[in-house]
Design a binder for this molecule. Structure first.
Ligand code: E4P
Length: 217
């Protein structure tokens, strides 16, 4: 499963990329607003940090303007993926951009039927929002499983991008359900590694090794 980082904060991205394990980045209008930076500038800065896909979302909701905005965003860098809302206009825009060779991420997916339509529209990625479904008392992970089964059964190439991830269990479960990508907030990404028994075990190995007085180099 590929790892994308869900943030528009370049400092956080710098640290995440330093691990060598990050494949791409997703942003949305809320994350851009939180960064307090100019949208196009911050997308260009992120694209400079990686060759991996960087999702940048259109701001309009009507077909004609979304197509125009999508092209402007795609012109920022060759690794921009245009993020589009899961509406009829969004899907129409998705078809146009796909025909022009522009990659898309269809976002705000909450049902398997929506994911099916996005795949038919040629979406590169579909973003089912796990956490927001869980917030309503529904099972976000069940949606990932349904989309995986549907795409496999009908041979759709659209990648399942598990989004709205709130904790480390979401990451593990998304991987086990067969998501192609998880977009992970920096805090959750950092929490994936730590375990007190790892720290305790390493401290004991260091102590015992020191007691041998040996050196490998
Ligand atoms: C990513 O593409 C989504 O916009 C993001 O994961 C949404 O997460 P949230 O539900 O925590 O805002």
């Amino acid at each position: 499963m590929k790892i994308f980082i869900d943030t528009a904060e370049t400092d956080e991205l710098k640290a995440a990329f330093a691990t060598g394990l990050v494949d791409g980045v997703t942003t949305n209008p809320s994350l851009i607003a939180k960064s307090g930076r100019d949208f196009k500038e911050v997308i260009a800065a992120i694209c400079d940090m990686t060759d991996g896909p960087v999702s940048a979302e259109v701001a309009s909701t009507d077909y004609e303007t979304m197509v125009k905005e999508g092209k402007v965003l795609a012109d920022i860098a060759r690794n921009v993926v245009v993020k589009l809302p899961l509406t009829w206009d969004g899907l129409k825009t998705c078809q146009d951009l796909t025909e022009e060779g522009i990659r898309t991420n269809v976002t705000l997916c909450f049902t398997a039927n929506q994911a099916w339509l996005a795949a038919k529209a040629g979406a590169t990625y579909i973003s089912p929002f796990i956490g927001r479904l869980d917030d309503l008392g529904q099972d976000g992970m069940e949606l990932i499983a349904e989309i995986r089964a549907l795409y496999d059964m009908h041979d759709y190439e659209t990648e399942v991008l598990a989004a709205s991830i709130r904790g480390v269990s979401h990451v593990k479960d998304a991987a086990l359900m067969g998501a192609d990508v998880a977009t992970i907030p920096p805090k959750v990404f950092n929490a994936l590694l730590g375990h007190p028994l790892t720290d305790k075990g390493l401290a004991a190995f260091e102590k015992d090794w020191a007691s041998t007085g040996q050196s490998i180099l």
